[in-house]
Design a protein around this ligand. Structure first.
Ligand SMILES: [Zn+2]
Length: 445
């Protein structure tokens, strides 16, 4: 395993001649990560793989570049860069772009950029009340997205995974129709996940224990399906947030996602740390029972169910699991915006209880930024300011660094997006795992 890799090769990965999906997505994210991942004792082949990765990551992080710019950035001879770029073009990972007219003497050369037409990654998220699939091309553009309302706890794990497999199969058909190649699928789920074996160890809100999810999904998708990884939803969400960050200087953040469960994960020094069961910190003022078996868990107070129960009667449509979550939350947001007192009161309670837990995370982890995702982000304008105020007020000295609270702008599918990014991450480490693109289009315009 190369430095920076997190050995999360899922069940079946690499068994069909496809890529080995080692994941070190965050370690190389942002401009500072360009040179990460060099093996200590490199033979010629591994050096070449490393350099291919350096080229690809630089194009991802800095946009279109001339071969001269790539050579300067990587400290490699231009002739070497030209050979590496030719290899990446053959694999359908980069393409020739615009002419480089800026500052060059003599004949202008074509810029090189990531090619979004061939390789894509698939993220499939299982929430307590929905499944979402999202496909990203190599440039990070969404090329397909689908969500289905589903009462996961009411289903057996096998039945739930059959639904996921159906949705993923539909999406793989779409990918094939577009003449694209899905390099991997990441199944994103709540709870604790053993990424190495592709198993969901415990997902209390689903009632799952020891579910071999990757294996199950692969069996249902068939032999020709891409490798399947399994990841925790908060970790995937944190990754998506990090990669979407407008500032490449932000190397630390804590991500807290609100659904039926509440999950968290952090990024430190540009590296994704394992998520933790922050939803089960003992912070519910009413000490109510939690599906995990304890009482007084934070998610009992601030999870989606608590908010829905406080905001609307059981017969209200916002409790109807057959209605898409975005639609139900949209209803409630309209009510809040119209000043409906019960919804506003429910949001005020969530904001206070949310700040309670965020204060602890701020004390323990001291991040510069906490990003709220899931339903917290939908109601960001009712939650962020309160949480920010409470965090500001409890600083020990007025000069202490502020923790800035923001709402995710990526929407309810951001964990699925992170899953798709994880599926693509291995390519940016080792592009040589990608097969040569059959009959590449020679479209240099
Ligand atoms: Zn609990």
């Amino acid at each position: 395993m190369r430095p920076g890799q997190r050995g999360t090769t899922g069940a079946g990965a690499g068994t069909n001649g496809r890529t080995r999906l080692g994941t070190a997505p965050v370690a190389t994210g942002g401009a500072a990560g360009i040179m990460a991942g060099y093996p200590e004792a490199a033979d010629k082949a591994s050096l070449r793989r490393t350099n291919l990765g350096v080229m690809l990551r630089h194009l991802r992080d800095s946009g279109p570049q001339s071969r001269t710019q790539l050579a300067t950035a990587a400290g490699l001879p231009k002739a070497t860069v030209s050979v590496l770029v030719a290899d990446l073009i053959e694999r359908g990972l980069v393409r020739e772009g615009e002419l480089d007219r800026a500052g060059s003497i003599g004949r202008p050369h074509r810029m090189v950029e990531l090619d979004g037409r061939w390789i894509c990654g698939v993220g499939a998220e299982i929430g307590a009340d929905h499944i979402t699939v999202l496909v990203l091309d190599l440039r990070g553009t969404i090329i397909h997205e689908d969500r289905r309302a589903l009462d996961i706890p009411a289903l057996t794990p096998q039945a739930a995974l059959r639904e996921v497999a159906d949705l993923v199969a539909d999406c793989l058909s779409t990918v094939a129709e577009r003449d694209m190649y899905a390099i991997g699928v990441t199944l994103v789920t709540q709870g604790s996940v053993d990424a190495a074996s592709g198993t969901v160890a415990v997902a209390t809100n689903f009632g799952w224990r020891g579910v071999k999810a990757a294996q199950e999904l692969r069996t249902r998708l068939g032999r020709d399906a891409p490798p399947v990884l399994v990841e925790n939803d908060a970790e995937s969400g944190a990754l998506a947030e990090y990669l979407a960050s407008p500032s490449p200087d932000v190397r630390e953040l804590v991500y807290v996602t609100g659904g039926i469960g509440v999950g968290g994960a952090s990024i430190s020094g540009g590296k994704l740390l394992r998520g933790s069961e922050i939803g089960h910190m003992k912070l519910d003022r009413l000490d109510r029972p939690c599906p995990c078996g304890r009482t007084g868990c934070w998610e009992v107070a601030v999870g989606l169910q608590a908010f829905l129960d406080a905001a609307a009667d059981p017969s209200d449509r916002v409790h109807d699991l057959s209605v898409d979550l975005a639609e139900r939350l949209g209803d409630l947001l309209d009510r809040a915006d119209a000043g409906e007192p019960r919804t506003l009161a429910a949001l005020a309670t969530v904001a206070d209880d949310l700040a309670l837990g965020l204060g602890i995370l701020a004390d323990v982890l001291n991040p510069p930024r906490i990003v709220l995702g899931g339903y917290f982000a939908v109601f960001g304008r009712y939650l962020v300011d309160t949480a920010q105020q409470i965090l500001d007020d409890r600083r020990i000295t007025p000069t202490a660094a502020r923790v800035i609270v923001t709402a995710s702008a990526l929407g309810l599918s951001n964990a699925a997006r992170g899953g798709a990014q994880l599926a693509l991450a291995g390519i940016f480490q080792d592009p040589s795992d990608v097969p040569v693109r059959p009959e590449p289009e020679d479209d240099a315009s």
